[in-house]
Design a protein around this ligand. Structure first.
Ligand code: GCB
Length: 596
């Protein structure tokens, strides 16, 4: 699915702003037809944003069920005769959409875009009503999964197994955009090198099939044409190519044009292209044939008031902090991030591990904390089963479809900390790994492993290309004892390297830290304990060759569901939630920018 863009044949309009909003815990709107008339009894709600924290009202924050959004939009007369598309960059976790009185779209999954051709349902030169009902319930057949508890007073409470707040709503931009009736519908590029020549295989899909002809032109960053070709599928060669590389987000622009029989342009689309390769060789992770070492963080889309609402201000600030601290990469834990974030990473040479929303598929971990005692099976027909797998597969397909052309994305992470000890995990994950590779043969595939599955116990590592480890020695294990942590971590990493000849990226390590809490003695939650723990891990990483990356958990403090292990959220941030540095920020900066 192509993103909306302005151009000679296309126009887009953002529907950001204040919409009408009404909670509907009883589901009355679906039977009562709330899309048919103005939501008069609603309140104002900003789009994009999570709705949970906008009003100081626990019924809004903890709402479970449907929530209605409505706006009206003027469709200009000049759009008559164009194809008009309504696109939601995300609706968390599922939505149904109406334009005026007609249902136009339904979508499952909270972090990937969906759209509908609404040409037949909009009136040009008139106000049109757009209504959406978004539902935030998590169950065994959703990704991420969850369960709903009924309290004695009748309230429904959402439970889930992941460690971040279940924010919901319209987190990302909403667009109305036009294309010509005959239009380009998708573009796929894959890049390699032939010595210093960049080789770009492209495929352009259009609504006309073979009926019209296609032409592609590639321009460099100065706008100069460097290659051109005809046909829907082909190869462009760029002598003395300027590669896309970490720290050097050089992008070419591929212009695809759909031509009618007289050679006139019917539709055109500009697709940025970064020329780079990614390979896993032995224990190395190579970008453009050069070993790459990941320095950075697992992040969240999370901020006060906005929740998971995309905000350009915070996004640019976060990227500026990544640069300040010397990070070269991050993981979109634990869901695909807004496309604006990936655009920025592409343009600035920041490396990304793209993750699906498959988090919490492990009943032996609850809210980020390990359960003690007997193991509980996760994969079974009445828990994480076929329905979950089908939705998981859809989440992978939509993520790859969305981000396949992005040079910044170098690795797909299909799940975070699933139960990878239970034997049934293999049957669950084998088709998912295979399908990810089929959809995108150009990128390695991985999942993030939790400490419950050491290399001798894990049943799915063989299915994947890279070992991603989330490790909390000295925190959840051997709390307060960093000497034991150091020995245990090193022993385990060496075991991984011996048993699986694959690169290892530590995708999480860290300690909750209350800013301003200080201690001379090793004391969890203090700023010193966080820096001491990071030091321990860094010493070990530097001794184990197979480690090709370190992503601290987490970039910034973030909201979680309430819990006795959480003080106003998860405090493992190197920055606070409002992006002030803890002592660890300066320590990481010294390590990651050493020698500059
Ligand atoms: C993990 C999870 C992450 C949690 C973190 C923690 O292993 O992947 O989502 O937030 O631990 O802080 O417990």
């Amino acid at each position: 699915m192509l993103r909306p863009q302005d151009g000679p044949t296309r126009e887009r309009r953002s529907l950001a702003g204040l919409w009408r909003f009404r909670l509907d815990a009883e589901g009355a709107g679906r039977t009562g037809g709330w899309w048919r008339s103005p939501l008069t009894r609603g309140v104002d709600i900003p789009v994009p944003a999570s709705y949970n924290d906008i009003y100081p009202d626990a019924t809004v924050r903890d709402h479970v069920g449907d929530a209605w959004y409505q706006t009206s939009v003027w469709v200009p007369a000049r759009w008559a005769g164009q194809r008009i598309v309504l696109r939601f960059d995300a609706a968390t976790h599922r939505a149904t959409v109406w334009v005026n009185d007609t249902e136009v779209a339904e979508h499952e999954g909270g972090y990937t875009p969906f759209e509908a051709d609404v040409t037949a349902h909009l009136r040009p030169n008139a106000e049109n009503r757009v209504t959406l009902v978004v539902n935030n319930e998590l169950s065994w057949s959703t990704i991420p999964p969850g369960t709903i508890e009924q309290r004695p007073d009748g309230r429904r409470v959402q439970r889930y197994f992941h460690d971040f707040f279940n924010y919901a709503g319209l987190h990302r931009p909403v667009w109305l955009y036009t294309t010509p009736a005959a239009h380009i519908s998708d573009i796929t590029v894959a890049t390699t090198f032939d010595d210093s020549t960049g080789v770009i295989d492209y495929r352009v899909e259009s609504s006309t099939g073979e009926a019209a002809s296609l032409r592609v032109v590639l321009r460099d960053a100065s706008g100069a044409e460097v290659a051109a070709a005809g046909g829907a599928v082909g190869t462009l060669r760029v002598p003395d190519v300027h590669p896309w590389a970490p720290g050097d987000g050089y992008l070419y622009e591929l212009e695809a044009s759909l031509l009618n029989t007289s050679g006139e342009v019917i539709d055109s689309y500009q697709q940025p292209v970064g020329v780079r390769t990614v390979d896993v060789r032995g224990r190395q992770f190579l970008i453009n044939g050069t070993p790459f070492y990941f320095r950075g963080f697992g992040k969240h889309e999370d901020a006060a008031v906005r929740g998971k609402g995309h905000d350009d201000v915070l996004m640019v600030h976060d990227f500026a902090l990544l640069e300040w601290i010397g990070a070269n990469s991050f993981r979109t834990s634990h869901y695909p991030y807004a496309e604006e974030v990936l655009d920025y990473a592409d343009r600035h040479g920041v490396v990304v591990i793209g993750e699906t929303p498959a988090v919490g598929l492990n009943l032996n971990i609850g809210g980020g904390v390990f359960n003690s005692g007997k193991r509980v099976p996760t994969f079974s027909p009445d828990r994480v089963g076929d329905d979950t797998q089908r939705v998981h597969l859809q989440a992978i397909q939509e993520l790859v479809a969305r981000d396949k052309n992005r040079p910044s994305v170098v690795l797909w992470c299909v799940a975070n900390e699933p139960d990878d000890v239970q034997p049934e995990a293999r049957d669950y994950f084998a088709p998912l790994a295979a399908e990810t590779r089929r959809l995108d043969p150009t990128r390695p595939v991985a999942y993030a492993n939790a400490l419950l599955a050491t290399p001798d116990q894990c049943v799915i590592t063989e299915l994947f290309d890279v070992v991603l480890l989330n490790r909390y020695y000295g925190w959840y294990w051997d709390t307060g004892d960093l000497e034991t942590a150091e020995t245990a971590l090193e022993a385990e990493l060496r075991q991984w390297a011996e048993m699986h000849d694959k690169p290892i990226i530590i995708t999480e390590y860290g300690a909750d830290t209350y800013p301003g809490l200080r201690s001379i003695l090793p004391s969890p939650w203090t700023e010193e304990y966080q820096t001491d723990l990071l030091d321990v891990y860094h010493r070990v990483f530097d001794r184990v060759d197979a480690v090709v990356g370190e992503h601290v958990w987490s970039f910034a403090d973030f909201a979680t569901m309430p819990g006795v292990f959480r003080v106003d959220g998860n405090k493992k941030g190197v920055f606070t939630r409002d992006r002030r540095p803890k002592t660890a920020a300066f320590q990481l900066r010294a390590r990651w920018r050493k020698g500059e």
